[in-house]
Ligand binder design. Structure first.
Ligand code: AMP
Length: 250
């Protein structure tokens, strides 16, 4: 049943916003950057830190899906079971959520897209969407982390239960000041279901088989920037490397 779910159409207001932005973007091109990396690579942390500096929105597909769940929408209910098992939500649904977010007027400067594309089909869908807006293939940043480091990160990750905050902590590398409480907003911290040690190998395998090959597509199109991150280095180092790389890429 889940695989057959179709996304709704944009409503009149959303379609109007898209129309306005497409017109605006004829004169002032937005910037779209895709943040990629294995599960736990720090895509969310890096995107959140880089977005205000680059004056771009941060759009996380995982957060959009979790917010749909929290609101109890049909999409949220559909996604919940798949996300629990770390399975991908359908391309149509994630593309719909991404498009609906990208065309918000407040995102007129562009966005850092975190968590999409994850497959070659999604890369094509993103290219088609941007092309329909007269925009080129986005720049892609890959945060490269060894598998051992990823396992250690995911195993100790704690996430803020307040979806509009979504801050991430680690029991060893970046513990919160007060145990179980988010430093940023004071909400409870929890371990995401898909950070369960039994699910972690599945997520890594999925990344290696499905997501990693599409990096070649971006490399071939000269759109790939690789930044290395280790558990010994901090999030600040990764952020600096990303900003430096984007600067050199113009
Ligand atoms: P994340 O927060 O990026 O780790 O994503 C959490 C979960 O959301 C993933 O394990 C998938 O179930 C789902 N998800 C996120 N991004 C996508 C995507 N691009 N395509 C399909 N499912 C996705």
């Amino acid at each position: 049943m889940h695989e057959e779910m179709q996304p709704p159409k944009l409503n009149i207001w959303e379609a109007f916003c898209e129309f306005m932005l497409r017109f605006f973007w004829l004169f002032r091109k937005p910037s779209f950057v895709v943040m990629m990396g294995g599960p736990g690579a720090g895509k969310g942390t890096a995107s959140k830190a880089a977005a205000p500096i680059l004056k771009l929105a941060h759009i996380s597909i995982g957060d959009l899906l979790r917010s749909e769940q929290e609101k109890g929408t049909t999409i949220g209910l559909h996604a919940a079971e798949l996300m629990k098992k770390s399975e991908f939500v359908s391309d149509e649904i994630v593309l719909y959520l991404l498009r609906r977010e990208l065309i918000k007027l407040k995102n007129w400067r562009g966005a850092i897209i975190d968590g999409f594309p994850r497959t070659e089909v999604q890369a094509q869908l993103l290219e088609q969407l941007l092309d329909s807006w007269g925009l080129p293939i986005p720049l892609v940043i890959l945060i490269e982390v060894s598998e051992d480091d990823l396992i250690e990160r995911l195993g100790g990750r704690l996430t803020c239960s307040n979806k509009s905050c979504g801050a991430s902590f680690h029991v060893k590398f970046s513990p919160p000041a007060q145990e179980g409480v988010c430093d940023e907003c004071g909400s409870d911290l929890y371990r995401r279901e898909d950070d369960d040690p039994e699910v972690i190998p599945l997520r890594l395998e999925k990344f290696n088989t499905t997501t990693a090959p599409l990096l070649r597509f971006y490399e071939d199109n000269d759109r790939l920037i690789v930044v290395t991150s280790t558990n010994g280095g901090g999030a600040d180092q990764v952020l600096k490397a990303i900003l430096d790389a984007l600067k050199s890429a113009g």
